[in-house]
Design a protein around this ligand. Structure first.
Ligand code: SPD
Length: 290
């Protein structure tokens, strides 16, 4: 065996996310690891999905898989809100959600509120393929702040779309799953706007998943989950939940707005979304309607 191959194999190791008696791992080389004021941040070059980001040893994103996540979080909301001039993203420090939002020419300003400046800095250095042009887009306003405080201090009816792209409900993202936070999100969203949140796995995070949707249904007039696959996350089965007042407008994409965007997407399309909203597994439907 050549020395370089041998060396590469020695440098590569398994990085695993442990969750409830299961583990989800990728083999690769650790490129960078540090402790920020908020969490442990790891960047690794994986064999299967390219460069990837872990926070506190949990997979967040990876170059050749992030579309599965970001497209499904962003486009049901951006395609359907009545107007999409002002967008708020809480979290999203890798830039993937901002990149998808900024594909819409109608968007005038995206406020991205990330608590951990280090996540942004390291994403720009190691994961430029995820944020792409978003970081240099003049419509993007990045604030390093706690998202909970940001929504608390924002005026009523301010945003057309509010997107929660946080990590799991432990550590810095814990408060992004509670009633008070969601109430503020409802208050700052315009009446004809759409709220979108990553809502964990119906398998690995069953309880928090169901609770999140039920709370959103109390606060908004409508809230519905969309299920898809993100193979690096626990169980690989993931969800995003959309909420609105007056009508479930997130189920009705404005087709003229999304024609070009649909052509560029890897997973999302109006028809994928229509099927996915309908394809809610029976046991989840029962539990959500109890
Ligand atoms: N279990 C991982 C949940 C992470 C959701 N957010 C990921 C950030 C991608 N922008």
């Amino acid at each position: 065996m050549k020395i370089s191959i041998l060396l590469n194999n020695i440098l590569k190791k398994w990085s695993d996310e442990y969750h409830d008696g299961t583990r989800f791992g990728l083999k690769g080389k650790i490129l960078h690891e540090e402790k920020s004021d908020f969490q442990k941040i790891t960047i690794c070059e994986t064999d299967r999905y390219g460069k990837a980001l872990l926070l506190n040893d949990c997979w967040m994103t990876a170059e050749y898989q992030e579309k599965q996540y970001h497209e499904c979080l962003v486009h049901p909301a951006l395609s359907s809100a009545e107007e999409i001039e002002r967008i708020l993203i809480i979290g999203g420090g890798d830039g993937g959600s901002a990149r998808e939002c900024l594909k819409y020419k109608e968007v005038k300003k995206v406020d991205l509120i990330e608590i951990d400046q280090k996540v942004i800095e390291l994403s720009k250095i190691f994961l430029p393929k995820i944020g792409l042009g978003a970081w240099n887009d003049k419509r993007l306003n990045v604030e390093i702040e706690n998202g909970i405080n940001w929504v608390r201090n924002t005026k009523d009816n301010c945003y057309d779309v509010v997107i929660i792209d946080g990590s799991d409900p432990e550590g810095p993202a814990e408060g992004l799953f509670n009633k008070e936070f969601f109430r503020d999100c409802r208050r700052i969203l315009k009446n004809n706007g759409v709220f979108a949140a990553q809502s964990e796995s119906p398998e690995s995070f069953h309880e928090i998943h169901i609770q999140t949707i039920k709370i959103l249904r109390e606060i908004f007039d409508y809230a519905d989950p969309l299920y898809g696959n993100v193979p690096i996350y626990p169980s690989g089965w993931w969800s995003w939940t959309f909420a609105a007042v007056e009508k479930p407008r997130y189920k009705q994409p404005k087709l003229n707005r999304v024609q070009r965007i649909t052509e560029e997407c890897h997973i999302w399309s109006p028809s994928w979304q229509e099927g996915a909203f309908k394809a809610i597994p029976a046991f989840l439907n029962r539990e959500l309607n109890q």
